[in-house]
Design a protein around this ligand. Structure first.
Ligand code: ATP
Ligand code: MG
Length: 230
């Protein structure tokens, strides 16, 4: 069994270059306590996605150090790292299969009951049971028959079932109606509870609820603080 982590994350003078000589991150230092939620904001190209890619070790950093609970992430296996860190991407990943399969992808050994409980917790159960086949409804690749909000809720249910200590979320920019927006806000609150999270935030409500807002500018931290402080 994998050790359970607390979820403290530290960036120490992290430099990252996709291409030699062009730093996308120019010395990022950031201390995040277990359970905190961090909103990353900044202009396009400022380095938001790069930061979240580095936490899951999609790339190795050029200089500096990233630790989780004090352990350099280069020292843990990718398998164990990715059990502790889950990502919900902006272009929510839905594959062709049933709704149930799509949620269960978060944890392949989950029972039907656990799948449904996760869906209920994020308020996706209602829309799912109204579909012609309920949980057994086949969805197409990319979930084209589902609304943006529905896809978002499905991805939240999947992440909740995975139950990672660290959650990374690239928030969707697509506009959704107010009712769905409120539903997603509530679901997000439930999903973030008790985990460390990094959110590339586009919605004001998400930014307001974060414990810390990090404003990036050309690969550097320009400002850092709570919504009230900034
Ligand atoms: P956006 O709001 O547009 O998503 P972002 O803040 O997420 O922007 P990043 O994607 O982190 O920005 O990009 C930071 C810098 O790294 C930019 O200058 C970008 O051009 C560069 N970059 C990003 N991905 C790559 C890549 N795969 N190869 C080369 N350069 C890249
Ligand atoms: Mg990005």
């Amino acid at each position: 069994p994998l050790p359970t982590i607390r979820g403290d994350i530290n960036f120490d003078q992290v430099v990252f270059e996709y291409e030699k000589g062009r730093a996308a991150l120019k010395g990022i230092s950031l201390d995040v306590k277990a359970g905190q939620s961090i909103a990353l904001v900044g202009h396009t190209g400022s380095g938001k996605s790069t930061i979240i890619n580095l936490i899951s070790r999609f790339y190795d950093i050029t200089a500096g150090r990233i630790t989780i609970d004090g352990i350099d992430i280069r020292e843990v296996t990718l398998e164990s790292l990715r059990t502790q860190v889950s990502i919900v991407l902006q272009d929510t990943f839905i594959f062709s299969g049933t709704i149930r399969d799509n949620i269960r992808f978060g944890r392949l050994d989950a029972t039907d009951k656990e799948v449904e409980e996760a869906a209920k917790a994020v308020d996706a159960h209602d829309f799912i049971t109204k579909l012609p086949g309920g949980y057994e409804t086949e969805v197409e690749e990319r979930g084209s028959a589902l609304s943006m909000g529905q896809r978002q809720l499905l991805s939240f249910a999947r992440a909740l079932l995975a139950n990672p200590r660290i959650l990374i979320l690239d928030e969707a920019t697509a506009s959704i109606d107010t009712e769905t927006e409120l539903k997603i806000q509530d679901a997000l609150k439930i999903l973030l509870q008790g985990r460390t999270s990094f959110i590339v935030a586009h919605r004001l409500s998400t930014i307001r609820h974060a414990d810390k807002i990090v404003v990036l500018d050309h690969g550097e931290i320009k400002e850092e603080g709570t919504h009230r402080e900034l």
